[in-house]
Design a binder for this molecule. Structure first.
Ligand code: HEC
Length: 439
């Protein structure tokens, strides 16, 4: 609350927290600047051309709402998790993607703590947040046109099952940390024993470039990673101090029972591999949304996308993982998550897929994001896609010799080219006509 006395404005600690949080979210950091040539401003998505607020959202949540509305489907309710399990099933989000965050973020911050972390589940384009005992579920979509679209769902059994679209989430979910568009984010900050974040000592935008040892402050992490260290499972300053002296104190954990009651959640885990996938995915979706918005506006203003070419190269570096933080030893999570994730394909004739994991030196075996198959990617304006495909072709065939893409070996480029040529619909004709790589 703000109190005004004799012309002086006093901020209570709650408001100070919000101000610091807003400041931290709005302050650009190096990786975003690099991605956008200095531009991290909020895109004018509420104005006419994009018209975020007035545009009907598509995607699986909207389709599910329609089925419920027509009476074709009723979500099942249970005493432990409300509509959660039925919702995950209908949205085809695997329970094995469960991750747990205990830092007090989100608009449910009062309910979240190390004893009651928030569970997050996700698929390629849907995210679901669950806090035990909360009256609602948080749901968000990576909408193919709009970027992040946010909903709440009333958990009470008597309520009408209705996904309520809300823009109050954009306060945090549309900032420099989401590339200035409505989207998703992952952070890593130390906390105190209540889960309150220490914003001076962390990373406010985690993605696949973030070094392993800086990840997961404020998160629980299950899975093994040998000698590599991370900041997960460390709850208050004393734990961080101990970890400095004793690397991997609370690392390599497969059981979280010592911290909170795991039976309050569908799974007992906060899977390390799911976390790594989430971090790659949230950033690339924001990137796709930003490219989509930028090209829509550029086409309207100039009739071409030529001014966006530098951004496209930055995007391709991210798509092809050229700056991925390397793994220095093997990472093992719950094999069930990996199995479900990999099974979603598509595969080429040799059985290869962009979803295959490596987990020894990097996240994926073939470093080209599986989100190249997403509806959001396909939904980018044609002139932008034409330019993207041409650059990607030049890079993968070694016609482009710029140093940025030389980190990918010739064999890996060839494999990615072959997989894409066989599995990606809508490629320009020259991809199929000349699939030989120049050496
Ligand atoms: C005070 C800032 C804040 C507000 C408001 C907020 N969120 Fe978030 N949200 C976050 C942060 C930060 C994360 C990343 C995980 C974390 O650190 O807790 C996140 C993560 C999520 C995730 C997981 C996917 C991701 O982006 O990592 C979902 C789903 C989500 N929020 C839904 C919502 C919905 C729905 C609303 C509004 C009803 C909302 N959030 C409002 C800060 C916020």
């Amino acid at each position: 609350m703000i109190y005004q006395t004799n012309g002086m404005v006093l901020l209570t600690s709650e408001w100070c927290g919000w101000l610091i949080l807003t400041f931290a979210l709005l302050c650009p950091s190096q990786p975003v600047r690099a991605d956008f040539q200095g531009a991290t401003h909020i895109m004018p998505f509420e104005e006419e051309t994009i018209n975020y607020n007035q545009t009907k959202a598509g995607g699986s949540v909207a389709r599910l709402q329609e089925r419920i509305g027509r009476g074709e489907l009723k979500l099942k309710h249970d005493d432990s998790f409300g509509y959660l399990l039925s919702l995950l099933q209908e949205l085809k989000v695997t329970e094995t993607s469960q991750m747990l965050v205990f830092s007090k973020t989100s608009f449910q911050r009062e309910r979240i703590s190390p004893k009651a972390p928030r569970a997050i589940f996700f698929s390629d384009d849907v995210y679901v947040g669950f806090v035990p005992g909360s009256p609602l579920l948080e749901i968000s979509m990576a909408d193919p046109k709009l970027g992040g679209v946010f909903y709440t769902l009333d958990q009470s059994e008597t309520g009408k099952t209705r996904f309520v679209r809300t823009d109050q989430c954009l306060e945090c979910h549309a900032s420099a940390k989401t590339m200035g568009v409505p989207g998703h984010l992952v952070r890593s900050f130390p906390t105190d024993d209540s889960g309150m974040v220490d914003l001076n000592n962390g990373v406010s935008l985690v993605n696949h470039r973030t070094p392993f040892d800086e990840r997961w402050g404020g998160w629980y992490v299950t899975g093994t990673h040998e000698k590599q260290t991370h900041r997960g499972n460390l709850i208050e300053p004393a734990a961080f101090e101990r970890q400095e002296k004793e690397p991997n104190y609370l690392g390599n954990l497969t059981d979280l029972g010592r911290f909170f009651s795991v039976s309050n959640y569908p799974k007992p885990q906060s899977d390390i591999v799911a976390l790594m996938v989430l971090e790659h995915q949230t950033h690339i979706y924001n990137f796709i949304t930003r490219l989509n918005y930028e090209s829509t506006l550029a086409l309207q203003q100039y009739g071409h996308v030529n001014y966006l070419k530098n951004i496209v190269d930055a995007f391709l570096k991210y798509l092809l993982f050229t700056e991925e933080a390397p793994l220095t030893s093997t990472v093992k999570g719950n094999p069930d998550f990996e199995k479900v994730f990999e099974s979603r394909g598509p595969k080429d004739k040799q059985g290869r897929s962009l979803r295959e994991f490596n987990l020894q030196t990097r996240l994926f075996k073939y470093p080209c994001s599986y989100l190249v198959y997403s509806e959001a990617f396909d939904n980018m304006p044609e002139p932008m896609k034409a330019h993207l495909y041409r650059r990607l072709w030049d890079i993968l065939t070694n016609k482009d010799a710029s140093p940025a893409f030389q980190t990918i070996s010739a064999d890996t480029k060839r494999a990615i080219l072959e997989i894409l040529t066989e599995t990606k619909p809508g490629l320009p004709y020259y991809w199929r006509e000349k699939s030989r790589i120049k050496s």
